[in-house]
Design a protein around this ligand. Structure first.
Ligand SMILES: [Zn+2]
Length: 132
């Protein structure tokens, strides 16, 4: 479970990082193209609306990059959580350790049925006779 969270976090982290870099790179490229082709002195747009479409897709890629940054953040949180969770199971394991065996002197034999039982038990677990 914890390993799965850690791995999923790492995968999201890498995908988010690559996606953000890709989206940002493409958006910057489109904006550079727009500045060159649609700016003063440029060749102008090949057809009406081309510059607007260029800017629109540039902002789309920019939004995509932001989304990937969010994915990257989720990946960071998940992988950190997975890393922290690794330490948690060791504590319950220690609590789940078998209870200490009572010393020999703490046992006594039921006066009714002869069953061996801890002196701390008020009633015999076998026959129910009160011991003290
Ligand atoms: Zn008994």
């Amino acid at each position: 479970m914890k390993v799965a969270v850690f791995v999923i976090g790492l995968v999201l982290l890498v995908i988010g990082l690559l996606g953000a870099a890709y989206g940002w790179f493409v958006a910057t490229g489109l904006e550079t193209t727009h500045a060159f082709a649609c700016g003063p002195g440029g060749p102008g747009e090949p057809y009406p609306g081309w510059c607007a479409a260029l800017l629109s897709s540039a902002s789309g890629y920019r939004t995509f990059a932001y989304g990937m940054v969010a994915l990257f953040s989720v990946g960071v949180v998940l992988s950190v959580a997975g890393g922290i969770m690794k330490d948690v199971p060791s504590a319950p394991t220690m609590i789940m350790a078998p209870p200490p065996i009572p010393p020999q002197g703490a046992l006594h034999t039921c006066k009714n049925c002869g069953r061996s039982m801890p002196t701390t038990d008020r009633f015999c677990p076998s026959c129910g006779t009160a011991q003290w």
